[in-house]
Design a protein around this ligand. Structure first.
Ligand code: GDP
Length: 140
């Protein structure tokens, strides 16, 4: 399988509970390499722009307010089949459906406050990485 890169975000519910290191250990244990990472506070406009694909969904307001409510850690993960592998490590969107051992099963508080974001396909990964990082910030 090809080496890929995917965008990950550790969400405000997880940074608030000081879980960055525990979540990063899950990525690294799965063979994903963190090749870029920064902690930042999104503005509401940045959150709305990032999640524009969900703008018609009923939870859009809740989602974007949550994402701007506290620090996030945006990161680029690299590895074989990184997009899919990261989705496996994250677990299902709703923690009630997430497989044991996944990040969301262990750490998520609810379907909305579910600790991590991960790109859903290589094309969206490229767009989402470019949203947050310049090429020079990615060091593999
Ligand atoms: P993901 O790819 O697993 O993150 O899931 P989606 O792309 O379907 O949804 C994006 C994000 O929107 C999720 O990670 C949640 O934070 C949020 N979300 C999804 N469904 C709901 C919902 O029913 N209620 C709320 N409040 N947030 C939701």
């Amino acid at each position: 399988m090809a080496i890929e890169r995917t965008l990950s975000i550790i969400k405000p519910d997880a940074t608030r509970r000081n879980l960055t290191g525990k979540i990063n250990a899950k990525f690294e244990d799965a063979g994903l390499r963190i090749v870029a990472q920064k902690r930042m506070k999104l503005s509401i406009e940045q959150a709305q722009q990032f999640y524009a694909v969900h703008s018609a969904r009923p939870f859009f307001g809740e989602l974007t307010e949550f994402m701007a409510s506290g620090p996030v850690v945006v990161q680029v993960l690299e590895g074989e089949g990184a997009v899919l592998k990261n989705r496996e490590v994250m677990g299902a969107t709703n923690p009630k459906d997430a497989a044991p051992g996944t990040i969301r099963a262990e750490f998520a508080e609810s379907v909305g406050e579910n600790s991590v974001h991960g790109s859903d396909a290589p094309e969206t990964a490229a767009q989402e990485i470019a949203f947050f990082f310049a090429g020079t910030e990615l060091v593999g």
